[in-house]
Design a protein around this ligand. Structure first.
Ligand SMILES: O=P(O)(O)OC[C@H]1O[C@@H](O)[C@H](O)[C@@H](O)[C@@H]1O
Length: 189
C-alpha cells in the first residue's frame, strides 16, 4: 500500500455542445507532516478509423522521452505525427492544445490541458496488443492514446497542499481534404 493519505476529487463536466472537461484534484492529507510525490496522466483512449491514416498536430518539433528506448530524449522532426509502428513517447512541455485528425471519420479531436506539462502518445501496435490481456489483438488499429500528463517532473505536495490538473476534450467535425483544414485554426482557434 502507498504509505500516504490523500484526497482525490474528479469533476466531470459535459457541455451542451458535447465538450467534456475532467478536472482532477489531489490533496495531501498526511497528518504526520510528510510530503509525497507522484506522476499523473489522464489515460484517454481515442477511437479512430484507422491508426495508419490518423495524424496528431501540435507536437511537431517537441522534445520527448522514448519509453521504448529506455526513456532516451529525442526531438521530433518535421510534420504532424503519423503512426506506422508501436509508439510510447512522453512529449515534454507540450502545448496546451493538441489535435488528433481523423481524415476518414471527418473528425478532429481537440485535446486541451492545464496543470499537466507533458503529453504521452501511445499505441501498442500488433505484437504488444497480442500480449495484453485486456486489449483485443486488432484493437490497436482503431485507437490512439493521447494523455495529458505530468511525467518528467513528479508533482510534490506538502500536507494541506492541493494540485489540480484539467483535461478538455471536444470533437470537431472536419471535412479535411488536402489543405482544407488549417492547423492554426484547430490548434489556436
Ligand atoms: O493500460 P493503461 O494503464 O492505459 O496504460 C497504457 C500505456 O500508458 C502510457 O502512459 C504508458 O506510457 C504506456 O507504457 C502504457 O502501456
Amino acid at each position: 500500500m502507498w504509505p500516504h493519505s490523500f484526497e482525490f476529487r474528479l469533476r466531470i463536466a459535459l457541455g451542451a455542445g458535447g465538450d467534456l472537461s475532467l478536472t482532477s484534484r489531489i490533496r495531501n492529507t498526511n497528518t504526520d507532516g510528510r510530503p509525497f510525490s507522484y506522476t499523473f496522466a489522464f489515460h484517454t483512449y481515442f477511437s479512430v478509423s484507422d491508426i495508419s491514416e490518423v495524424r496528431v498536430e501540435g507536437l511537431e518539433t517537441m522534445d520527448y522521452l522514448d519509453n521504448m528506448k529506455g526513456k532516451e530524449r529525442f526531438t521530433e522532426q518535421g510534420d504532424a505525427i503519423v503512426f506506422e509502428s508501436e509508439v510510447d513517447k512522453v512529449y515534454l512541455a507540450a502545448p496546451s492544445k493538441v489535435a488528433i485528425i481523423d481524415h476518414d471519420m471527418r473528425r478532429t479531436f481537440v485535446v486541451t490541458k492545464e496543470g499537466l506539462p507533458d503529453a504521452v502518445v501511445w499505441n501498442p501496435w500488433d505484437k504488444k496488443a497480442k500480449a495484453m490481456q485486456d486489449f483485443g489483438d486488432s484493437e490497436y488499429k482503431h485507437m490512439l492514446c493521447v494523455e495529458p500528463a505530468a511525467v518528467e517532473k513528479p508533482i510534490t505536495l506538502k500536507p494541506g497542499e492541493e494540485w489540480k490538473g484539467r483535461l478538455g476534450l471536444s470533437a470537431v467535425p472536419s471535412s479535411y481534404c488536402s489543405g482544407q483544414l488549417d492547423p492554426l485554426k484547430v490548434l489556436h482557434g
